[in-house]
Design a protein around this ligand. Structure first.
Ligand code: FAD
Length: 512
């Protein structure tokens, strides 16, 4: 009587109850499958880190006495799909039961659910169990927002603070008398305090990288195979958490929205990969930040700002994803259709902010939130790039990109492709914001103050043109009133010039 337990590449939690005791009748199964490497083009580091992470947990489980079957990408018996491999393994082990942890991606969830139904009908016992990771259920956000037209994150976040008793005083009120310190968290970075040294430990994974390449897996970006620095097990992930809390969290709040060409991650945590593959649990990360505040090590605004990302945004986007899928991935509110310019794959553009954000994404498989939202995403929306193509790029490029979290952020928050379910207004700006928040505009080929002309920053004409194009949809939004008051002061010639300039930019996107 053998039970197979399937573990996916983003289910690397060694503390899952599955591993509480050793059972000879249970085989833990890991698979490196082409269905996952090939469904979009991924960054090389992402494939490498996911494979290396699975191999590391497989090793640890074996060491602890568990039975493990690891189906390597180049294993001749590998049928390269979860369900085809499961069929083969059920036959091989004469298994009577299969268990799997709830997948976070709708696509894999549907695939395994279909397979489970078919095999149950044939008498196999198939059960899905919880990952024990999230603080909310898949449906919780939908229940909180039942019948509301707009899903305000802030509403959800306050409910979560109350429910999970995070940053509350003895009376159940928010610590510091405020739920949200976002207004304190919008400073540009003057160059000091210095960005902390990279606390991650590089490892040589060139042998695994050679295997991945030899198997024919197509990727893009720099693999950094000889110095891969993402955490590959829980112990490393905990060290990273500790290092972040000590060295970066005290300044996280202040410079959360800052942009700079002089540092690539500033005071961000780099914890999204460890969280999303479940080496870390969100609750322990939140507790670490709250404890640091209680100990007087970090300001309340920093702790609250960081906690809001995890207890608020991360759980919230997951709820949006499960409430909106299937179909959310096809939304295209503005009907945008332009293809991504080729420099999305090289970083080779004269716009300094875009060159830094895209180039860094290709090199590090990482960009921080404001680079993703207010540089790359901002440009993509203003330029009218196809949101599905933008989504595929984001899903491929980032080390932490797993669809449940990437899709609502990209299609909803950044591209407004859901028509405003998630964002109260499109996240767009002209060069003025990028200049205010950072140092990219100094020395950029383009001129931040100009709207018209060859050297005018493309963000400017695109920004005003975007509001002119969608006047009928956006004018009534009270959060955008100021923009339309400025537009109303423009004469027709000015508007025409902006629109012409924007059409010119759209026609030469590949040469910007
Ligand atoms: P920090 O800035 O240190 O934040 C701490 C943690 O908070 C993160 O590790 C993450 O777990 C969580 N978090 C912060 N913001 C968000 C958010 N908006 N949604 C969900 N969780 C959040 N995050 C992903 O994990 N995977 C993605 O594929 C992804 N795609 C994105 C695409 C776009 C267009 C945008 C605008 C944001 C995206 N985010 C994504 C959210 C956020 O940008 C990343 O979580 C963050 O940059 C990861 O870096 P960090 O760990 O240093 O984060």
């Amino acid at each position: 009587m053998t039970t197979l337990r399937l573990l996916l590449a983003d289910q690397l939690d060694p503390q899952h109850p599955w591993f509480d005791s050793v059972d000879e009748g249970v085989v833990h199964v890991f698979m490196e499958v082409r269905q996952e490497t090939d469904h979009v083009l991924h960054h090389a580091q992402k494939v490498l880190a996911m494979f290396a992470g699975m191999r590391e947990l497989a090793r640890q489980l074996r060491e602890a006495g568990h039975r493990v079957r690891h189906v390597a990408v180049d294993d001749p018996s590998n049928r390269q799909s979860f369900t085809d491999n499961l069929d083969a393994l059920v036959a091989h082990y004469q298994a009577t039961a299969v268990q799997y942890q709830a997948p976070d991606d709708w696509r894999v969830d549907a695939q395994l659910a279909r397979w489970a139904d078919a095999r149950r009908a044939e008498g196999l016992q198939v059960d899905m169990v919880d990952t024990d990771h999230f603080l909310t259920t898949r449906d919780e956000a939908a229940e909180i927002f039942a019948k509301r037209k707009q899903w305000l994150m802030e509403h959800f976040y306050r409910q979560m603070r109350l429910k999970h008793r995070v940053l509350l005083d003895a009376e159940g009120q928010p610590e510091g008398g405020q739920w949200n310190f976002d207004h304190d968290n919008r400073k540009p970075w003057p160059g000091t305090p210095a960005e902390p040294a990279d606390w991650r430990t590089p490892h040589d994974h060139s042998a695994l990288w050679a295997t991945i390449e030899a198997a024919g897996v197509k990727t893009f970006g720099d693999p950094q195979a000889e110095r891969l620095a993402w955490p590959l097990n829980r112990a490393e992930a905990l060290q990273h958490l500790q290092a972040f809390v000590t060295h970066a969290l005290p300044h996280f709040g202040d410079y959360q929205d800052a942009l700079t060409g002089k540092a690539w991650r500033l005071f961000h945590s780099l914890l999204s990969f460890a969280l999303n593959v479940k080496m870390l649990r969100p609750r322990e990360v939140i507790d670490a930040a709250e404890a640091a505040w209680h100990a007087g090590h970090v300001p309340l605004a920093a702790a609250e700002g960081f906690i809001r990302q995890i207890l608020g945004w991360r759980e919230y986007v997951r709820g949006v994803y499960w409430a909106q899928m299937p179909g959310y991935d096809e939304k295209n509110h503005f009907g945008h259709a332009l293809p991504l310019p080729p420099w999305f794959w090289t970083g080779d553009t004269q716009m300094a902010c875009m060159a830094q954000a895209v180039g860094q994404s290709l090199r590090e498989a990482y960009a921080h939130h404001i680079q993703r939202l207010m540089v790359i995403g901002n440009f993509a929306l203003l330029a009218g790039l196809d949101p599905q193509a933008v989504h595929r790029w984001y899903l491929g490029v980032y080390i932490d990109a797993i669809e449940w979290v990437e899709l609502p952020n990209t299609l909803g928050m950044s591209q407004f492709a859901d028509g405003g379910l998630l964002a109260t207004k499109p996240y767009v700006s002209s060069a003025a914001y990028i200049d205010r928040m950072g140092d990219h505009c100094k020395g950029c080929h383009y001129r931040k103050k100009e709207r018209i002309g060859e050297r005018a920053c493309p963000f400017n004409a695109l920004y005003w043109d975007f509001h002119l194009r969608y006047d009928d949809q956006l004018r009534r939004n009270p959060r955008i009133g100021m923009v339309y008051r400025n537009i109303d002061k423009m004469d027709e010639a000015e508007r025409d010039a902006i629109q012409q300039q924007a059409r010119g930019i759209q026609a030469r996107l590949d040469r910007l």
